[in-house]
Ligand binder design. Structure first.
Ligand code: F6R
Length: 606
């Protein structure tokens, strides 16, 4: 997730206004920043690694004496944070500058093709190919807009783009496909940005750009066309009555709620990881004699779900370990045949990093999954993959879990393919299931009101219990973690089968027990567990498949998930109602779910 902005003014200087827009987009990314404009017939780019204010005091990026310009605040996905990888990117001759939010899936092929025809690349980003492609098409097209249209037709992936060129210095061309981009219009100029808050102080007159549409912005005109055939589209502006603060949360009361709702989009980004990195990881894992998954908190729960998949899909045994326990328990086993796959949203969690460092010192190969490319974890890793879910502002991890379990599932499938552990039809069914997951999560989000009602009804209970079996023990543990960290309730989570070995003594009339119970191979056993709890007076809250007939009959509350979700992919969807439950119970209690007490987003102490 990055933030982009483009502004065409009738008078004044664009640099400081882009700078203000980028400040309001900083929540979308903050590892590097840049601005560009055409000044005296040349493209001038000011950019560097660092937060917006740091780069501003170093380079004065806001000083761009021009009427038209573009800007970008970055959250690295391809290429670590650095001055070269910061946007805007330019072509070889310096005729085009581009800012991009999204992921260009076929950038490697395009880059190879462009390098073969003599283009020289300056960065490791996927985005730079756009500048060179447009440069290439400017050789045959007279109009900047036609060159952009031709270039965009070559792109596969997700993109919100804004481009400027010395060939049409009064224009900004912006394009959208599956990444957010909105337009703003006013008497003094026109705007494009990833989000409305960027330009809200200048105008509340908004025009939406749809997928596969392109807009040409000048100071006094916005014209929208279809990318496909260039046909003009007439679209009227509408006004919004937001203030900047609510607009940053796009109308949601808290970042956490926004981030729960963002999951279909963040998952689409997570899924887009280039297959080459998956293959590289699978290759390394396939050679390993011992594999450990290490992580903390939510990332650890994602690794628990992954351990189940490694065993059941790739037929490989892996050991998931809480990072702080790793060295004390397993130091004696680590050697050069060991692979440690570390999972950390921040990439800076002290416990995870010290486990990684100790394993490295003993000769292990380190693989990393992180949301923060350029973080210490990615620098310590021999191979790393971005979970690509964008900045998470709520302290409680939400979109982190869904992105991590899905990226891990893709790694497992790459390994299963290499080891021929699954039939091709099984592999293909799971791969197409992953592609459908964002839609299933969108449908699951529709259960929000049902969960809110359950939170209202049971929110005063002193404790909750979460039970699951198989892969969804991980989901139950993660649901419990959300509730206890936000509502400060001493909640319990167990493998459902284990609950009768002690925990069941806690159950009394009215105690809420949440069952994560998709119709997988554990279904008949979990029915038994539901009955055990019900017989002792528990209130049963069940999360089940859309057509489950048995568990709902035993339940006091039922949350149904959409049809078709394969059991192996169930944690990413089944966690969503549990995120809502924790959120609404915390809000009901008057707590701020974005800032739970005693917790930090990144735990950098042991
Ligand atoms: C839970 C939560 C924490 C983190 C844990 C690991 O909502 O946010 O439990 O999951 O501190 O953090 P990362 O993944 O950054 O290593």
């Amino acid at each position: 997730m990055c933030g982009i902005a483009g502004i065409a003014l009738k008078s004044g200087e664009v640099g400081p206004i882009i700078y203000e827009c980028l400040k309001r987009l900083e929540y979308r990314g903050y590892d590097s920043v840049g601005e560009a404009a055409v000044i005296n017939g040349k493209i001038v780019v000011k950019k560097d690694k660092g937060k917006i204010d740091e780069v501003e005091s170093k380079l004065k990026i806001s000083s761009l004496p021009a009427l038209v310009g573009i800007g970008h605040t970055r959250w690295a996905t391809h290429g670590a944070p650095s001055a070269e990888n910061a946007h805007p990117h330019t072509d070889c001759k310096g005729t085009v500058a581009v800012v991009h939010n999204g992921i260009i899936e076929n950038f490697m092929q395009l880059r190879q093709e462009l390098e073969n025809t003599g283009h020289t690349f300056k960065s490791r980003t996927d985005s730079e190919v756009v500048a060179h492609l447009v440069e290439e098409y400017l050789k045959t097209e007279n109009e900047f807009v036609d060159a952009v249209r031709k270039a965009v037709k070559r792109l596969i992936g997700a993109y919100a783009l804004a481009l400027i060129s010395t060939t049409a210095p009064e224009q900004i061309i912006c394009v959208r496909k599956e990444s957010p981009l909105v337009l703003g219009t006013s008497k003094t100029g026109n705007y494009c940005a990833s989000d409305i808050p960027a330009f809200l102080p200048m105008t509340n007159q908004i025009i939406l750009l749809e997928d596969d549409e392109l807009a040409v912005l000048t100071a006094d005109r916005i014209s929208i066309r279809r990318v496909d055939d260039g046909e003009l589209i007439v679209r009227e502006p509408f006004s919004v009555n937001w203030n900047v603060e609510t607009a940053v949360k796009t109308g949601y009361a808290h970042f956490m709620l926004k981030e729960i709702h963002e999951q279909p989009a963040s998952l689409r980004d997570a899924i887009r990881t280039h297959p080459i990195y998956m293959d590289l990881m699978a290759l390394t894992l396939n050679k390993a004699k011992k594999i450990f998954l290490i992580a903390c908190g939510t990332s650890y729960h994602a690794s628990l779900a992954a351990a189940y998949l490694f065993a059941n899909l790739a037929r490989v045994q892996v050991t998931p370990v809480v990072a702080s326990e790793f060295i004390d328990n397993y130091a004696a086993l680590i050697d050069p045949d060991t692979v440690v796959l570390a999972i950390s949203q921040s990439g800076e969690t002290a416990d995870t990093l010290s486990a990684v460092r100790s394993a490295r010192d003993r000769g292990a190969t380190i693989l990393g999954i992180s949301n923060s490319i350029g973080s210490t974890l990615t620098r310590l890793s021999d191979v790393y993959i971005g979970q690509n879910s964008g900045p998470e502002m709520g302290v409680a991890a939400t979109k982190t879990f869904t992105a991590q379990v899905t990226v891990l599932t893709k790694i497992v499938l790459a390994l299963a393919r290499k080891r021929q552990a699954l039939r091709t039809t099984e592999l293909e069914a799971l791969e197409s299931g992953i592609a459908q997951l964002p839609d299933w999560i969108s449908e699951t989000l529709l259960q929000e009101e049902t969960v809110k009602r359950i939170a209202e009804k049971y929110g005063e209970n002193a404790s909750f219990c979460y039970l699951g079996r198989g892969i969804n023990v991980a989901t139950a543990l993660e649901g419990r973690l959300k509730l206890l960290e936000l509502s400060y309730l001493p909640a319990i989570a167990y493998p459902a089968g284990e609950s009768k070995h002690g925990f069941i003594s806690v159950i009394e009339d009215g105690y809420p027990v949440v069952f994560v119970a998709p119709k997988d191979e554990t279904h008949s056993k979990i029915i038994g567990n539901v009955m055990e709890m019900k017989a002792r007076g528990a209130k049963i809250i069940s999360i089940v498949d859309w057509d489950d007939e048995e568990i709902p009959k035993l339940s006091d509350e039922v949350i149904r998930l959409p049809p078709g979700i394969p059991a192996a992919l169930s944690p990413a969807a089944y966690i969503v109602p549990l995120q809502f439950l924790a959120y609404y119970i915390a809000v009901r209690k008057g707590y701020d779910p974005d800032f739970p007490r005693n917790l930090a987003k990144s735990v950098t102490v042991h």
